[in-house]
Design a protein around this ligand. Structure first.
Ligand code: NAD
Length: 493
């Protein structure tokens, strides 16, 4: 680790519109360079409780929930514009802290801006329904109201982007929030929240408490003053969150892990499918919940497909965050790299064949945490690499005979986040779109889409949806209201 220098950015919590003095700190060493790049306040139970109290006061007594949709929309658009102005700076923060290539981080910030702009549009049209067929003297209303104070727990793989899958939708609905970014990657959450204050989001509406899941995240989950928790992270932690939230009968949304399949039929455009299969697993160095980490390829084309795929994988350039040509970056930390390498080793021991990769990258990259793009063939469904989320640059290939077998293999997982199908046959495409048990299915594209479409999973990948109309509605409660007009027929005549 490098020495602490004066230019290492240091952040305190943002609570009730103020940046709190920092006591205990967490150092963030970039896994892309080995340099100390940031220091975050190590939040306590008391810090989290103070932030919850600030959000509670802002929601219960403040002006935000009473602003019009048009006002919220304007502020969200101003915030989107402010983020666009700082695009390069914000991208660099995420690139350094995650260890991802800068061009990917720029893409994340563009996606972030897209969510703020889309949520701004949704804020304008949030509405309920009127029921006029309930009898001559009755009018029924369904009213969408903000859920209240929301705890937003964010992981490290897309720090700005996942903040933006939660915060603008919560604000559009009229909520106040406490954000708990990952202890590894907290800078962009704080920077964007500072920008929110500059464009007029009232004090206390967005609070940020940095630090570890225990105690900060846990306090959000346990608190009776938090009405809703939106959690993105691993399945194991998500299950703890759901169990904890049950004690206060709190609603939760869980965006958890995945084990997606890239399914390639013999009639696919093979150039597109090869490109897609590579992107599906190596995007964000495989640290992506919707990764296509399992390759299901029809046996008639499997040998040629894997040979071409392997040649392309060997050409992919891995590099540090500021390397403009890098396609893959670092893994988040040493312990994670050990887990990824251990899973590759388990596949070899269980009889699979390594086609390329499988090792730690040294030489110029030895200061960081880099693992080669890896492809494993001859994988069977009982192997650990087929069943467990690897969350690294590791593709596991398996062959299928026909659509029925492809569907069975793809669904043979405890997860259900996203799958991609490559075929030029519309019947096959539609059959798989219906049969695959996942929150998302892509056809002839992968890890694609904008803020219009819902994000979320089934089975072990969680429940609840982010983004789109459904993502806004997660931050609301539906109230029924029945109004009688005119003289009543007495209840007790
Ligand atoms: P993680 O579960 O370790 O941590 C996620 C967040 O939860 C962090 O902010 C962490 O500090 C916090 N946390 C930890 N323990 C907690 C507790 N007991 N109570 C409350 N909060 C707690 O996950 P991670 O390693 O940061 O992220 C990687 C995982 O996230 C992968 O499994 C990935 O698939 C998943 N993910 C899912 C989606 C999705 O949309 N489904 C998106 C991105 C990442």
């Amino acid at each position: 680790m490098s020495a602490i220098t004066a230019d290492v950015r240091t952040y305190g919590h943002l609570i009730g519109g103020e940046e709190k003095p920092v006591e205990q700190l967490i150092d963030r060493v970039s896994p892309g360079t080995g340099q100390l790049v940031a220091r975050f306040a190590d939040g306590t139970v008391a810090d989290a409780q103070q932030a919850i109290a600030a959000a509670r006061a802002a929601f219960d007594d403040g002006p935000w929930r009473h602003t019009t949709g048009a006002e919220r929309s304007r502020i969200l658009l101003d915030l989107a514009a402010a983020i666009r102005e700082r695009r390069e700076q914000l991208a660099l923060l995420d690139a350094e802290e995650v260890g991802k290539p800068i061009h990917l981080a720029r893409g994340d910030i563009d996606g972030t801006i897209g969510h703020f702009e889309y949520a701004a549009a949704l804020a304008q049209q949030l509405h309920g329904d009127v029921h006029t067929n309930l009898g001559p003297n009755y009018t029924g209303l369904t009213m969408r109201e903000p859920v209240g104070v929301a705890g937003l727990i964010v992981p490290w793989n897309f720090p700005a982007l996942i903040y933006s899958q939660k915060v603008p939708y919560a604000l559009a609905a009229g909520c106040a929030v406490v954000v708990k970014p990952s202890e590894f990657t907290s800078s962009t959450a704080i920077e964007m929240t500072r920008l929110a204050a500059e464009v007029g989001v009232p004090a206390g509406v967005i609070n940020v408490v940095t630090g570890y899941g225990m105690p900060v995240g846990q306090t959000l989950v346990d608190s009776p003053d938090v009405d809703f928790v939106s959690f993105t992270g691993s399945t194991a932690t998500g299950q703890r969150v759901a169990t904890g939230a049950a004690k206060t009968t709190k609603r939760v949304s869980l965006e958890l892990g995945g084990k997606g399949a890239t399914i390639v039929f013999e009639d696919a455009d093979l150039d597109d499918a090869i490109d897609g299969a590579l992107f599906a697993v190596f995007f964000n160095t495989g640290q992506c919940c919707v990764s296509g980490s399992r390759l299901l390829v029809q046996e008639s084309i499997a040998d040629e497909f894997l040979a071409r795929l392997t040649r392309r994988a060997k050409e992919l350039h891995v590099g540090p965050p500021t390397d403009e040509d890098a396609r893959l970056g670092a893994l988040i930390h040493e312990q994670h790299a050990e887990k990824v390498l251990g899973l590759i080793e388990s596949a070899k021991q269980e009889g699979a064949t390594l086609l390329t990769g499988g090792r730690r990258l040294e030489g110029e990259l030895s200061d960081g945490v880099f693992v080669e793009p890896t492809i494993i063939d001859g994988v069977r469904p009982d192997m650990r690499v087929f069943r467990e989320e690897i969350f690294g640059p590791v593709l596991c290939a398996i062959r299928f005979r026909d659509a029925e077998e492809a569907i069975a293999l793809a669904n043979d997982t405890t997860y259900g986040l996203a799958n991609a199908v490559w075929t030029k046959n519309i019947d096959t495409a539609m059959r798989l779109s219906h049969a695959l048990r996942s929150g998302t299915v892509w056809v002839n594209t992968t890890i694609d889409g904008g803020p219009q479409l819902p994000i979320g999973g089934v089975k072990g990948s969680g429940y609840g949806r982010e983004a789109g109309q459904a993502g806004l509605e997660e931050f609301t409660e539906l109230k029924g209201c029945l109004i009688h007009t005119g003289k009543r027929v007495p209840y007790y005549g």
